[in-house]
Design a binder for this molecule. Sequence first.
Ligand SMILES: Cc1cc2nc3c(=O)[nH]c(=O)nc-3n(C[C@H](O)[C@H](O)[C@H](O)COP(=O)(O)OP(=O)(O)OC[C@H]3O[C@@H](n4cnc5c(N)ncnc54)[C@H](O)[C@@H]3O)c2cc1C
Length: 271
Amino acid sequence: MTTLAQRYYEASLLEPRSVYPSFHGNIDYDICIVGGGFMGLHTALNLQERGLKVVLLEAQRIGYCASGRNGGHVILEFGGSQRNFETHLDLASAQQVLRLVHDAAEHLSERIARYNIDCDYKQGHIVAAITPKHVADLSAWQAHLAQNYGYQNQWITQDEIPQYIGSARYLVGALDKNGGHLHPIKLALGLAKAIAEGAGEVYENSPATKWNNEGNKVRVSSQNGAVICNQLMLSCNVGMENMHAKLAQMLAKRILPVGSWVIASAPLADE
Ligand SMILES: Cc1cc2nc3c(=O)[nH]c(=O)nc-3n(C[C@H](O)[C@H](O)[C@H](O)COP(=O)(O)OP(=O)(O)OC[C@H]3O[C@@H](n4cnc5c(N)ncnc54)[C@H](O)[C@@H]3O)c2cc1C
């Protein structure tokens, strides 16, 4: 498996993280989830809440890939623009799409509260405008959101903006109180804990290497054993390429790794 660089979120964990064992044996479960990122963890918890016997196999550590390396922003829009959906769908369907994102954010807040996950979740997300053109675009988009989606963000004026972001550089901002920011690895670890403290099982350092159908069951092979399950859920993102299965190889060609880098330092001296 690829070894990825050390990251801020891992380094900023104040307490040692829980360690999960690696998978051994040949064991039956209802569902096998491959991948311990947000997709696998949330799905495992959803299914466990519905009474299914779930096992999650993670190749490395929980939150090792994108889910432990992202910005931690809870932004209530899809990447790109909602306008793309409006171009391809009627308004009612575009509204449903945006509703999905809002439901996800609500669900996330409920889940954090329900399982008492300490992930530094701070609610409030501001889109701030830095040029007069940005101001005009942001203002038009806020009016459009209110008129077509019934969704109203709070408009923050230039005088007010330093109270929120500690910078006077921006001209205005739109505050979405339902968005926010969290510590992504803490969230991932909290979800894993909720699974492991329930009826589910979580394994680390347990890459799934391939799967085969056996009658109406699926056999998922790992280094030291196999999971026999009724259903398999692949949530291994770019790791799909490491699985020896035709479908995984086909999917792997359609998933691209993406990176972005941020460097932060203590305040610099003048020199
Ligand atoms: C730089 C960057 C910034 C981002 N910022 C944000 C943001 O601010 N807000 C936001 O909402 N989203 C953000 N995203 C997107 C978000 O991080 C991803 O959509 C999300 O984490 C994907 O989760 P996942 O579970 O699908 O994949 P991953 O988190 O990549 O999880 C896949 C897991 O599968 C494991 N795995 C792989 N192969 C195997 C195998 N064979 N067997 C077992 N396990 C395996 C991996 O080790 C990994 O842990 C960002 C993404 C990137 C890359």
